[in-house]
Ligand binder design. Sequence first.
Ligand SMILES: [Ca+2]
Length: 442
Amino acid sequence: MTFPSEAEATVSLQDYVDILQEREVYGQALDLQQIAARDALKGDRRTQGFAELDTIIASAGDALTEDAVADFLTSRIADFADAVGIPSRGFDSDMVELRKYWVDQGDTFNSRAPTYGTPAAGGGNVGDGVPLRITVGPDGENLEGIWAEAKALKIVGDQRVGGGTRHSELWRIDGAPVRDVIAESGSGLLIEDFKTFNPNDSTALLRNPSFSQYTGTAPTTGSPSTPTTTTDVTGWILSSTAAFRVDVDTVHDSMEGDTTPYSLQFVADGSLSQIIENNTGGDLEEFVPYPLEIEVYRKDAATGNFTITMGAVSQVFTVGSLTDNSWNTVKLDLDSDLYYKNFQEDLLDVVFTVDTLATGTIFIDSIRWGPATRVGGAWLRIPAGATPFRLGDTFGYTDSVSATRGEMVYWLVKRSGISRRLGYAYSVPTNNAGAETIGDHA
Ligand SMILES: [Ca+2]
C-alpha cells in the first residue's frame, strides 16, 4: 500500500472541500476544481476518490445531506489518517482520532469566527432560572459546528399541562426552518424533549443535592439543627458538626419529593464533601461538559471565601462580592474545565469549602451538577430557579459567524453532521487570527 504524505493529503482534502463549496454556491462543481481534485489524488485510494468525485458531480442540484458530505470526504480523511499513523476506520472514527492528533500537534484550522448568543428571557417569563451555554470543547477549542441562526425556546409542558413537572418543565427548541439543502439556510432543528435541569437531576451523580435528607433532629421554624455526627447530612461528610446548621427558614426552593425543604448553613469555616465512587452509577461521558452550580445565600454581610471543588478543578468565590441577604447562583466557569479529562482524579469528589468567614453566615442549597444537553453544535442547560417556569415562558438566542467563513471547518465539522452522529458537540482546534496551520483552499 502506498499513501500520500500529510502535506499531499491536506491539499487533496482542501480540493475536495472546495468542490463542496463550489457545489453549494453554483449548484455544481466547476470543471477546473474537478480536474485539480482528480490531479491531486495520490496513492491507493485513488479509485475510491474518483468514485466519490463522480458521485458528488452526478448529484449536482440534488439535496446535499450531511451524510452525503461525510461520504464524499471519507477517502480524503482516510488518507490524512493514514499519513499520520492512524488506522482508518471510517469518517467519524477518523475525525475523532484526527482531532486528538491536531490538538497534540498544535494544528489549527481557519475559524468560522463564531459569536455565540446569550439566551434572553421573554418579557413575560415567570420562572427565574438563568440558562447557560458551553461553547468550548475539552481542549478549549471553539465549538464550530453551530448554525448561524436564531433559536427559539418555549415551554410546552409545565407542572399542570403538557407532560412537564414542577422544576422539570418541558421545552421545545426550534432552529430556523430549512428552505433548501444545497445551500445553507436553517438547521431545521426541532427538540421536543428538553427539560429544565433541577437539583433532583443531580442525583445521577450526587446524593442529597438539596439537603432534603437529614438524619439529625429535624429543624423547625426559628430552630435550626446542629448535626450530632459529621454524616448526619445524608451522603455528605462534614469537616465538623459545630460549623454547620440544617435550616428550614432560609431555603432556595422546594423540590419534588421534599417533605420540608432544608438548606445547609455555614456558621463557621468548614467543608462538606462526597466521593462519587461511593454513590450508585456515576459514569461520566468523556466529551460532554458537566456544569456545576450551587445557590449561596450571603447572610448579614458575611465575608470570606467560598470554594467549589470538582475533582481536580476548583474555583474560589469572594463572599463579599455576592448580593447580601439574597440567594446567588455560584458556578464553575463555563470552560474546558467542565470536561472529565480536565477534572478527573482518583476517587473523584465534590467539595464545598468556606474559609475566613466573618461577620455573617452562609447558606447553601440546590446543587445542580450533571451533563449539559447538546443543542446543535453546542451545549445548553436551563436550570430551575427558585420560581418554577410556566407555560408561556420563552428564551431566544442567535449565533453568528464571520461572512468569510472557515471553509474546512464549515464542511468537516458542521455540514458533515458529525456531532449528530457522535452524539456530542464535536469540533477541531481553530485559529481566529488568520494564523491557522491547516488553511482553506487557496
Ligand atoms: Ca434544599
